[in-house]
Design a protein around this ligand. Structure first.
Ligand code: HEM
Length: 223
């Protein structure tokens, strides 16, 4: 617990928990891409995934812990930085100067709110005032495709998801490079590479996830 009270320790925990979430985001995006193969693609993927309950539950527990640590520490660090003398953070200032860097707490909180909504939407499948398509295929298998297509057929829901993906993009375009810094791996030679890596990765997430609601809304993915 001492790790969580000293400032370097807290940044390392932020970096490790952030990295775990990025790994989840990569895996989830690759899985979601099965929707481009139509209903059978994503329904088979979901069926296979839920056939591995130990993997699903272990991932849920690790992710829940990662999100909670990341959230609590980010709020603590933001409150402390706001109170502290800014000159103490001269090293960080250049990194924080971008729009994404200055708004990490807001894009992070927006993402947190999105994840809660998303869990109620597609996992618990119950959101007050929202109609969620819940049907089964003839085989009796749950039709994830129909649920997702039903959701993104509505402009409002598609826009909510695209806005959330923009906040994911902003959060990670700064967060990935900042992870390398927290790990002490940055120097003038390595930093441009880390910045580029963070930007490329976040653009891949923006397009990789964002393309799903957009493609469904415009009828580009067939059953
Ligand atoms: C267009 C974007 C996205 C789509 C279409 C999508 C789709 C889905 C679907 C269909 C499920 C339910 C899977 C099932 O139970 O079979 C799910 C679950 C989930 N998604 Fe997403 N997702 C998107 C973006 C994201 C993002 C950006 C995150 C995280 C930052 C995320 C985090 C989760 C989590 C935590 C679950 C619950 C997994 C579990 O069952 O434990 N999703 N998503």
């Amino acid at each position: 617990m001492r790790l969580l009270s000293d400032s370097i320790g807290r940044k390392v925990v932020m970096a490790i928990t952030g990295l775990l979430m990025v790994l989840f985001v990569v895996g989830h995006m690759l899985g979601n891409w099965s929707i481009f193969a139509g209903a059978n693609g994503i329904n088979t993927y979901a069926e296979k995934l839920h056939g591995l309950p130990v993997v699903v539950w272990a991932t849920r527990v690790v992710m829940l812990a990662a999100v909670l640590f990341h959230l609590v520490l980010s709020i603590q660090i933001t409150l402390e930085n706001n109170k502290a003398n800014p000159s103490k953070y001269a090293v960080d200032r250049s990194l924080r100067a971008t729009f994404a860097g200055k708004n990490m707490i807001w894009t992070g909180l927006l993402l947190g709110a999105f994840i809660v909504f998303h869990l109620f939407h597609f996992t618990i499948r119950s959101v007050p005032g929202m109609e969620i398509v819940q049907v089964q295929e003839l085989s009796g298998r749950f039709d994830v495709f129909a649920m997702v297509a039903g959701a993104f057929g509505k402009a409002f829901t598609a826009v909510v998801y695209v806005v959330a993906m923009v906040s994911l993009f902003l959060h990670l375009s700064h967060g990935v490079q900042s992870t390398f810094q927290s790990m002490g791996l940055n120097n003038p030679k390595t930093m441009p590479g880390f910045v580029k890596f963070g930007t490329v990765l976040s653009v891949i997430f923006l397009l990789g996830y964002g393309s799903i609601p957009v493609a469904i809304f415009f009828g580009l993915i067939g059953k």
